[in-house]
Design a binder for this molecule. Structure first.
Ligand code: FES
Length: 345
């Protein structure tokens, strides 16, 4: 059974199942409420019940002062809806509201999609999930190796199960370790989040996502967040890779097209790598500048006037300026361009 919850002061509405806490329901719906421990210890998820009934789901040590209790304050991590509700609670306003966190996680799954591409699944403790905004990145530390910055590829609506896309790069100790030595249940310390490559939730403009190679990871996180929020505007994803079979989550992209009326997907292929590529030399994706030309040409052919769009773009440093220039020549205002330089492999 599900209930309707109206959240003030933002006027957002979400659905809460009887079996989930109000905090879980809000996060699942893409709403970034303030919280910390999720276990009733800190008081960080406090909100005021304006109307309706809630029921306690677990014991909590934190106690509100009498005045707040009298005003109807409840811990959203410790109660579930028992009727339709109206509540008042603080939402995260932006990346500056998210605290820096250090969490000891465990390797949950090592999902090898190709010989050189892996999805690393990490699980946080239930009492210390990672608070982040879709599109942000964190640092991953393995004992004995230099920590590595990686974009989160999963949605903040599932803050206990985190995903990262790892490209194997010859000679890179981190990726070699992940591919050859990392074990299930092994500990990994994560720290973060960082970065401001996040969704402009106030905008109603249609969205174009442009991903290059494993720059797909933060874009996947943002796309899944738009689904959780049930945004209504059209969304078009372009994903360029260097070799024909490198769209390593092609079926996922196609399932989005099938499931969402407002979603389009265009896979693109650039210039295949021949000989020794800069992947091996620098750990960054080799880039033929014609990749940027052909990626931009495909987008411009579909959308010759970009003035009314929001564009989210990941590309290597060496190609970023080129594609940004082309997009701006076709009317894209600077304020509507969100870019993430790929430096996290
Ligand atoms: S998040 Fe700490 S008490 Fe709810």
């Amino acid at each position: 059974m599900a209930f309707r919850v109206q959240l003030n002061p933002s006027n957002k509405v979400f659905t809460a199942e009887k079996t989930e806490t109000l905090l879980e329901a809000a996060l699942r719906s893409g709403i970034a409420l303030n919280y910390s421990c999720s276990t009733g210890a800190c008081g960080g998820c406090g909100g005021r019940l304006v109307s309706g009934r809630v029921r306690a789901t677990q014991h909590h040590d934190f106690k509100f002062p009498d005045t707040q209790q009298a005003q109807g304050y409840v811990l959203l991590c410790c109660c579930a809806a028992d009727s339709d509700l109206e509540i008042e609670a603080q939402e995260v306003g932006g990346v500056e509201d998210i605290p820096l966190q250090q969490i000891s996680t465990k390797v949950e799954k090592l999902e090898r999609l190709r010989e050189d591409t892996m999805i690393l699944h990490l699980r946080t403790p239930r009492s210390q999930t990672l608070r982040f905004l879709a599109g942000q990145h964190i640092s991953l530390a393995i004992e004995g190796l230099q920590a590595r910055n990686k974009s989160l590829a999963s949605c903040p609506c599932n803050a206990m199960n985190l995903q990262f896309h790892i490209r194997r790069v010859q000679g890179d100790p981190f990726s070699e370790y992940v591919f050859n030595q990392l074990k299930l249940s092994q500990q990994m310390i994560i720290e973060g989040p960082w970065g401001s490559f996040t969704l402009d939730e106030a905008s109603q403009r249609p969205i174009i996502f442009i991903a290059y190679e494993t720059g797909f990871a933060p874009i996947k996180s943002i796309i899944e967040h738009t689904f959780a929020l049930e945004v209504g505007q059209p969304i078009h994803l372009y994903w360029m890779v260097r070799e024909a079979d490198r769209h390593y989550l092609q079926n996922l992209c196609r399932s989005w097209v099938d499931a969402m009326d407002n979603f389009q997907y265009t896979p693109l292929q650039g210039v295949p790598v021949t000989g020794v590529s800069s992947w091996e030399e620098s750990g960054m994706p080799g880039l033929d500048v014609s990749d940027m030309d052909s990626m931009a040409a495909a987008i411009i052919a579909d959308y010759p006037d970009l003035s009314g769009f929001d564009v989210y773009l990941t590309a290597p440093d060496s190609g970023m300026e080129k594609i940004v220039q082309i997009l701006q020549q076709h009317g894209l205002p600077r304020a509507q361009l969100h870019q993430d330089v790929m430096q996290r492999f």
